[in-house]
Design a protein around this ligand. Structure first.
Ligand code: GLN
Length: 262
C-alpha cells in the first residue's frame, strides 16, 4: 500500500491521517506529503490502519500516539492522565510572571504544569502532588525524560504537604459538573481528572479553602476553571481572605484562570 492509498483508506480528517501515518511509519509529516507514491512497509501499514481504526472509534490522537506537546515539552500520556490542553499553558505563563522559590502543582496528572515550571525556573523547588498512582508513574517518567528534578508526592490535594508552606500553589483540578453534556465527549479520559460534583466546584472549593494554610505571606494561588465559573471562584477566594483576586482569559477569550495572594 502506498502512502496515498493508506491516507485514502483511513477515512479521517487529512491532517490527523498524516500525523498518524507519520507516527506509524517513522516518516516525517513533510515526507508523507511530499512522497505519496512511496510504498509502506507491511508493519507500518498495519500499525497505521490500526491507529486509524482507533481514531474512528473516537480515541484521542494523544492516547494513540502516546504523547502530547505542552509548553514546549513533549510529554508521555496514557489513559491514566488527562491530555494536557493548550489553554492550560496560561497557568504556566501567569506562574512565571511571579517570583517564587517554591511551588506546588496539585493534581499534576502527566506532570505538565510542574515540569513546565521547573524547566523555566530551574532554581525553584517544585513539588507535584497526585492522587492516582498510575498518573504519578506517567509524571515521573516525564520528569526523567526531560531531566527535571520535580519532587513527586502521592496523595489527595494538600494531604501530602502536611504543614508545609510555599510561594506558589497552582492547580488544574477536575471542574466539570456531573451531568454536563461536555463530559460525554471526554469518555476516554480519566473521570477522576474531570468530574467535580453536582456544580463542578467541589475540588476548586477544597483547593481555595486549604490554600491559606499552605502559602507563605504574599504567596500566590492560581487555579484553572471552566467557562462560567470565574465569578464563583473569585467569590471563594475573597471569602478565604486572599487579596488582589482576579481572573485572566485564555486565548479563546474564556475566563480561565483565577488567582489571589495570601
Ligand atoms: N479543560 C478540560 C475540558 O473541558 C477539562 C479539564 C479539567 O476538568 N480540569 O476538556
Amino acid at each position: 500500500m502506498t502512502i496515498a492509498e493508506a491516507l485514502g483508506a483511513a477515512d479521517l480528517e487529512a491532517r490527523e491521517a498524516r500525523l498518524l501515518l507519520a507516527e506509524a511509519s517513522g516518516f516525517s509529516q513533510a515526507s508523507v506529503i511530499a512522497f505519496p507514491e512511496r510504498t509502506l512497509s507491511r508493519e507500518a501499514e498495519e500499525r497505521f490502519l490500526s491507529f486509524a481504526a482507533r481514531r474512528r472509534r473516537g480515541e484521542p490522537v494523544a492516547y494513540i500516539v502516546g504523547h502530547k506537546e505542552f509548553y514546549g515539552l513533549e510529554l508521555a500520556v496514557t489513559p491514566a492522565v488527562l491530555i494536557p490542553r493548550p489553554e492550560t499553558e496560561l497557568l504556566v505563563e501567569l506562574s512565571l510572571q511571579a517570583e517564587f522559590s517554591s511551588a506546588v502543582d496539585l493534581g499534576t496528572g502527566s506532570g505538565a504544569l510542574a515540569l513546565a515550571l521547573k524547566r523555566h525556573r530551574p532554581g525553584a523547588r517544585v513539588v507535584a502532588v497526585e492522587a492516582s498512582a498510575a498518573a504519578l508513574a506517567v509524571a515521573r517518567r516525564n520528569a526523567v525524560k526531560h531531566g527535571l528534578e520535580v519532587e513527586f508526592r502521592h496523595g489527595r490535594w494538600f494531604e501530602p504537604l502536611a504543614a508545609e508552606r510555599v510561594d506558589l500553589l497552582i492547580s488544574n483540578p477536575p471542574y466539570i459538573a456531573l451531568g454536563d453534556p461536555h463530559l460525554a465527549g471526554l469518555g476516554h479520559e480519566p473521570a477522576q481528572a474531570l468530574e467535580a460534583g453536582p456544580d463542578g466546584l467541589e475540588h476548586l472549593r477544597r483547593l481555595v479553602a486549604g490554600a491559606a494554610r499552605h502559602l507563605n505571606p504574599g504567596g500566590r494561588l492560581l487555579l484553572e476553571h471552566g467557562l462560567g465559573q470565574d465569578a464563583e471562584v473569585r467569590g471563594l477566594m475573597q471569602v478565604a481572605g486572599l487579596r488582589g483576586v482576579r481572573t485572566w482569559p485564555d486565548l479563546a477569550g474564556i475566563p480561565r484562570v483565577t488567582g489571589g495572594k495570601a
